[in-house]
Design a protein around this ligand. Sequence first.
Ligand SMILES: [Fe+2]
Length: 370
Amino acid sequence: MERRQFLKLGVVTGGVFALGGAMRPGGRSAFAQSTATPIVDRLVMTNVVDNIYDVFAKGGTLDTITVERMRGSIGVASPAAEHGLAYHLESARGSEQREILLDFALTERNLFNNYAVLKLDPSRADALVISHGHADHYGALPDWARVYQGKFKSSVALYAGGEDTFCQRMLTLPGGGTFDYGRLDQAGLEARGLKVVLAKQATSVAGHAFTTGQIPRLTDFERPPAAARLVAGAMDSACSPVHFGATKVEAKPGELVADTFQGEHATAYHVKNRGLVVITSCGHAGVINSVRQAQKVAGIDKVHAIVGGFHLAPASDDIVAKTVEAFKAINPDYIIPSHCTGLNTIIAVHRAMPQKLVMPSTGTRVIFGV
Ligand SMILES: [Fe+2]
């Protein structure tokens, strides 16, 4: 591929990357079910909803992935962008196919519009994953459950990383006061027939993907957003501070507690002969912490792609620089920053490793594997 074409993809590359890399012998996993790390031949990752829609973004085949773009034009329905995130993940192992929906955007209007424009049938999903309890990821999920009640597969479960996914969120405002960031109603989803699984440990999803489980904070530079708060419930409730990871805090019901995103988890695949594709969704646990946890639980070091959001838009230059240094150490083949990553980090990644950067857009499909 010519250098000019790479530039149009948001990528400048120096050549073919080595595949394989260091996989620990046996690929021994640490899943809750004590199963081996699932492996797939192919993964098609579609950004159903993302923060931008770039009609000029070019597609093409890079060294080991293919990027397809959604074309909108006058008179043809276009995918809609918003501050929200939703993925459709379709994987194959031999003739066996699985579809997973990861996160559910902010508004049902845009999510359902984009499912239709992208010709996706959400009722075909084999599993659902919610990354954490912020409305830009779960916003349309209650409507999803209402619209597809009785239509989705009876075996479908919603994988959440902890109790706090379903607790009341608030944001503190710079000028004082708070902003109500809502609450995902677990009982409401279950009333629609959705089984909710709290996957606090690494968990195989639909036999093809895995969630990381709750993510240890290993780095000293990744911090949860300072403005994020949870509303404490009674100590014997699912929304007590015990479940927020702040077990030393004995808050009274209704008080605000710093949000550590205890139950945020990443979603990942092991793509055969490529390595791990790790999707952080919003990355409040830290993108580096998330990737390290995926490597640890899978027993696989080689990272094929790190997919955002990385939630570094508000981060200082120092934190961005440390994150980029850690990216270099992990040495993925591709970095695909979306949603809340921030232009600061995108520019820094482009400067440091331009050949690895792929810019997604709402409707973008990335094909991993064969
Ligand atoms: Fe987000």
